[in-house]
Design a binder for this molecule. Structure first.
Ligand SMILES: *[C@@H]1O[C@H](CO)[C@@H](O)[C@H](O)[C@H]1NC(C)=O
Ligand SMILES: *[C@@H]1O[C@H](CO)[C@@H](O)[C@H](O)[C@H]1NC(C)=O
Ligand SMILES: *[C@@H]1O[C@H](CO)[C@@H](O)[C@H](O)[C@H]1NC(C)=O
Ligand SMILES: *[C@@H]1O[C@H](CO)[C@@H](O)[C@H](O)[C@H]1NC(C)=O
Ligand SMILES: *[C@@H]1O[C@H](CO)[C@@H](O)[C@H](O)[C@H]1NC(C)=O
Length: 472
C-alpha cells in the first residue's frame, strides 16, 4: 500500500525523471540510468546551493568606489591633545592640606603622581621611586585601583573653565565645537571633532557616569564635527586653551580614537596639521540587511568588548592590549576602564616599572622577536564599517601662537577635498540567495515552490484521502 502510494507520487510529481523510475514498461538498465542521472543532478544541486549559502554568509558585501565628489559632505578629522602637565597645583595643594601632607613627602608625592598621570607604555620607567611613596600611599589609603580616580580628582577639566579665554575649547571663528576630556592610554586628554558618543569620556570610562552638563559649552550653539562640501575652500578649527609648556597631538579619523603609538608631534608651540581624508561610508540598508560575520566590520554600537561599551577598531586593539598585559604582567595599567563584573587587578607602580618597559614594543605592536623566532599576539579586530583614512600632508609649527592666542593648542586646516569615497554595499542579499537557490533547483531538477507545495499536499491531504480509500 505505502509502496504503491510513493509510486503514485513519483509517477505524477513535478521533478522530471522520477516517473521513469517507476514506469513498468522500461528496462531495468534504463531505469538504472535514470536513477544515476537523478542522483548526479541532486548532488550538483546541493553543491551549488551550499556554495550560494557560503557566498551569502561570507562574501555578500563589497566596497565600491564612488567618484561623484560634488555630492558628498566630507567630515573633518578629529584631534586629540594630551597636555604634558597633568596635575593641577591648586587641587593638589588642597588635597595635601586636607590630608596633612607637607614638606619632602609632598614634593615627592607630587613628582610621583605627575609622572604616573603622564605614563604610558613608552615611559613607565620614568615613574620615580622614592622611599616615602609607599608610606604616603598607605596613609592615604590609595591602592592601585584608586590611581586613576585620584589622578582624575586632581586634574582640572579645563573644558569647564568659566573664563572663556583660558577654557579648553574648540573653535573656528564663530563656530563652536564640542571639546571633552577623555581617558586614553596616555592618561587624561582632550578631544575635539568626533562622532563618538558621550560614553567616550573620562567620567564615563572611570566612573560609569555621563559627563556633567557643560553650561559654558551650551552657551552657544555648537556642533560635533565640521563637514565640508567639494566647493568649500579653506576649512579648519583649533583646539586650544592649554597652559603648559608642551602638548602631544594626535590626528585621527572622526570615527576613531587616537592610537598612542601614532602621535603627530610633541610640540612646545602647537602646530597646524594639514591632513587629507578619504571616507568609507555605507549604504543606508547596509546595517540592517547584513550581520557582522557577513560584512566583517562593526558599527559603533555593535560592541562585543568587555571593558568598553562601544566599538572602534583602535578600542578593540586597546582591549587586546589589556588582555596581553594581564597575561604577561598579571595586572593591567591604571589608565584602562575597569568597571566590569570581574575587574582585573590594577598594577602597582612598581610592577609598572619592572614588568612593562621590557615588553613595551610587544604591547604596542602585538609583535615581538626573540632571536630569530617572531611571535605575534592574538588580536583580531574587525574594521569600522564607517571610517576615514587619513594622510598627513604637512605639519606647520605655530610659532608665537602662545602669545597670540593666549594659550597653546593645535589646529587642523584643510583645503583639498577627496575625489574618491569608498562605499560599503550589499551585493548578495537574502532575496538574491533565495533566487539563486531556487534557480539552481530549477536548473538541475525542474523543482519549484509549487512543487514543494505539491509534495506537502501529496503526503498530507492526498494521503488521507488515499487511506480512506478514495482513488484520485
Ligand atoms: C551636506 O551638508 C549640508 C549642510 O551642511 C546639508 O544640508 C546636506 O544635506 C548635506 N548633504 C549630505 C549628502 O549629507
Ligand atoms: C610626559 O611624557 C612625555 C612622553 O614620554 C615626555 O616627553 C614629557 O616630558 C613628560 N612630561 C613630564 C611633565 O614629565
Ligand atoms: C587649577 O584648578 C583651578 C580650579 O580648581 C583653576 O582655577 C585653575 O585655573 C587650574 N590651574 C590650571 C593651571 O589649570
Ligand atoms: C575622588 O573624588 C570623589 C568625589 O569627590 C571621592 O568620592 C573619591 O573618594 C575621590 N577619590 C580619591 C581616590 O581620592
Ligand atoms: C568579538 O568578536 C570577534 C569576531 O567577530 C571575536 O574574534 C572576538 O573574540 C570577540 N571578542 C570578545 C571579547 O568576545
Amino acid at each position: 500500500m505505502a509502496f504503491s502510494f510513493i509510486r503514485l507520487y513519483l509517477n505524477t510529481c513535478c521533478i522530471h525523471g522520477f516517473r521513469y523510475l517507476v514506469k513498468s514498461m522500461l528496462l531495468f538498465l534504463e531505469r538504472l540510468l535514470w536513477f544515476i542521472l537523478l542522483i548526479a543532478s541532486i548532488y550538483f544541486c546541493i553543491i551549488s546551493c551550499l556554495s550560494s549559502v557560503h557566498r551569502f554568509h561570507t562574501k555578500s558585501t563589497h566596497i565600491g568606489l564612488e567618484r561623484n565628489s560634488y555630492y558628498w559632505n566630507t567630515s573633518m578629522p578629529s584631534i586629540t591633545i594630551c597636555p604634558m602637565r597633568r596635575i593641577n597645583e591648586t587641587l593638589f595643594d588642597k588635597y595635601c592640606r586636607v590630608n596633612k601632607l607637607r614638606g619632602r613627602e609632598k614634593t615627592e608625592f607630587w613628582d610621583f603622581l605627575e609622572n604616573l598621570a603622564n605614563s604610558t607604555y613608552t615611559n613607565f620607567q620614568n615613574i620615580p621611586e622614592y622611599d616615602s611613596i609607599d608610606g604616603t600611599l598607605d596613609s592615604l589609603g590609595i591602592r592601585p585601583k584608586h590611581y586613576m580616580e585620584l589622578i582624575y580628582n586632581l586634574t582640572y577639566d579645563g573644558t569647564y573653565e568659566p573664563i572663556e579665554a583660558i577654557r579648553i575649547r574648540c573653535v573656528d571663528g564663530q563656530i563652536h565645537m564640542r571639546a571633552r576630556q577623555i581617558l586614553t592610554e596616555f592618561g587624561l586628554c582632550y578631544l575635539c571633532s568626533s562622532y563618538l558618543g558621550e560614553e567616550y569620556s573620562s567620567r564615563f570610562l572611570i566612573f560609569g557616569e555621563y559627563p556633567e552638563f557643560n553650561k559654558y559649552l551650551n552657551l552657544h550653539r555648537f556642533i560635533d564635527v565640521k563637514q565640508a562640501t567639494f566647493f568649500d575652500s579653506d576649512m579648519g578649527f583649533t583646539l586650544l586653551g592649554f597652559e603648559c609648556e608642551a602638548i602631544d597631538s594626535y590626528i585621527h579619523s572622526a570615527f576613531e580614537v587616537m592610537k598612542v603609538d601614532n602621535n603627530f608631534g610633541y610640540t612646545h608651540d602647537g602646530a597646524t596639521y594639514e591632513p587629507e581624508v578619504e571616507e568609507i561610508v555605507a549604504e543606508s540598508n547596509f546595517r540592517t540587511e547584513t550581520s557582522i560575520s557577513q560584512r566583517n566590520c562593526r558599527f559603533y554600537h555593535e560592541s562585543n568588548l568587555t571593558h568598553y561599551p562601544f566599538y572602534t577598531k583602535n578600542i578593540c586593539q586597546q582591549e587586546c592590549r589589556i588582555n596581553l598585559a594581564y597575561k604577561i604582567c598579571k595586572c593591567i595599567p591604571h589608565f584602562y576602564p575597569n568597571q566590569i563584573a570581574n575587574p582585573k587587578p590594577v598594577c602597582n607602580y612598581k610592577t609598572l616599572k619592572s614588568c612593562f618597559p621590557r615588553h613595551a614594543s610587544y604591547f604596542l605592536k602585538f609583535y615581538k622577536k626573540d632571536g630569530n623566532r617572531a611571535e605575534s599576539a592574538e588580536c583580531y579586530c574587525e574594521q569600522n564599517c564607517i571610517d576615514a583614512i587619513l594622510k598627513l600632508k604637512r605639519a606647520l609649527p605655530m610659532r608665537g601662537a602662545k602669545q597670540l592666542l593666549g594659550s597653546m593648542g593645535s589646529s587642523i586646516s584643510m583645503n583639498t577635498w577627496p575625489r574618491n569615497q569608498f562605499k560599503r554595499q550589499v551585493i548578495f542579499s537574502f532575496t538574491d540567495l533565495l533566487v539563486s537557490i531556487g534557480g539552481t533547483a530549477g536548473l538541475y531538477l525542474g523543482f519549484s515552490v509549487l512543487g514543494l507545495v505539491e509534495f506537502v499536499y501529496f503526503f498530507t491531504l492526498r494521503l488521507l484521502w488515499h487511506l480512506f480509500g478514495y482513488e484520485i
